[in-house]
Design a protein around this ligand. Sequence first.
Ligand code: NAD
Ligand code: UDP
Length: 423
Amino acid sequence: MSASSARVDLDGNPIKPLTICMIGAGGFIGSHLCEKLMSETQHTVLAVDVYNDKIKHLLEPDSLPWAGRIQFHRLNIKNDSRLEGLIKCSDLVKPHITFPDLSSLQFVSLCVFVPFAIDLSGSAFSYGKSSAICTPADYNTRPLDTIYSNFIDALPVVKYCSENNKRLIHFSTCEVYGKTIGSFLPQDSPLRQDPAYYILKEDTSPCIFGSIEKQRWSYACAKQLIERLIYAEGAENGLEFTIVRPFNWIGPRMDFIPGIDGPSEGVPRVLACFSNNLLRREPLKLVDGGESQRTFVYIKDAIEAVHLMIENPARANGHIFNVGNPNNEVTVRQLAEMMTEVYAKVSGEDSIETPTIDVSSKEFYGEGYDDSDKRIPDMTIINKQLGWDPKTSLWDLLESTLTYQHRTYAEAVRQSIAKPLAN
Ligand code: NAD
Ligand code: UDP
């Protein structure tokens, strides 16, 4: 679809060009959102991040059709006073970047806040690659960084949006639901089959976390508190906000492959962990038997939902939205089996003799790990407000994602394995 000025929102009103300050634009979700906004809209993006590897293809060369509509600002929101200026959109002209005359734009600012738990001054940062420390492995081993990144560092963003009357789209997480009510029932209880005990609803489900020693929940708890703060800013000070709760969005450019474009000792999220095992022809590690259940949604489907939120403020403001695919539920073991099958198809290589092994969570993640048992999003609110439904099946999304992983990493992994032998 080409960008067109005649585009209309869900209520038939023409869509005016927006200027969007997107924090975390260089990450997995941010990169796909930038791609969508550049190729299908006329909006302008102020892309804020400490890294830009994942959006380089959108920034260069200058001859790209959207050149001038995307501007990268390398800054750490933890400690950079330029953030407020960007949110106010008053300090846009940087000496080394030419930018269109913003005074001619219909000036609506929208702050899409997508940073993750990340230590920007730690080893991952000096590694010099997209660190994407956004994994449960950090929640229990680096709980302070996790709480600071997801709560403290987000505070100024909420404050600036509230004080300057800017709309805020905040990325939270489905982890705020924690465990399901059903997980506390006896194993043989028939109520475990009743959706009332496991479907996660934005407006009625409780948030159930483990004890304080289970530091896994530091992330969920920090995210919950910032959600509550945003909600309170809306109620008391009129902040226009939308909160997004992603349910395991996956696809190309997610996280990193350890030792290739991230630290070799790093533990990314499950898609990248299993991709790494497949690329290296190692067994996929099933934490505590791989019995936890997840629903996976294709990043491109999920980005369509965010696009609708951006362009339909009257329908999105004041809402919390689950964004996931309830039809794509599997246990982690089933995910491992399907990924093994799909990877064999896309790589043309037979799978190894022992495709999976069990590993304890203590061994894999360390002390203080705990898990969400099951995550199925209720879709009533997003369906009613935005008419959004996910489309892509788990098999199809794994096929396109693993094709990308194989094309992007197989050769680099082969060389990294061959190197020690050559030495
Ligand atoms: P990501 O790590 O790929 O992207 C986050 C980006 O934010 C990174 O590029 C990082 O460099 C940047 N960032 C972090 N701290 C920053 C700082 N202080 N200053 C500037 N930039 C900073 O993660 P993602 O998967 O794209 O997730 C984005 C958001 O969505 C996060 O808030 C995360 O909690 C939420 N989320 C995502 C998922 C998912 O399925 N991908 C699930 C639940 C929640
Ligand atoms: N997991 C696993 N093996 C791995 C990585 C993750 O069994 O190599 C499990 C993890 O314990 C969890 C699920 O996969 O039950 C999803 O993990 P992810 O890191 O993607 O994050 P989560 O969905 O828990 O937020």
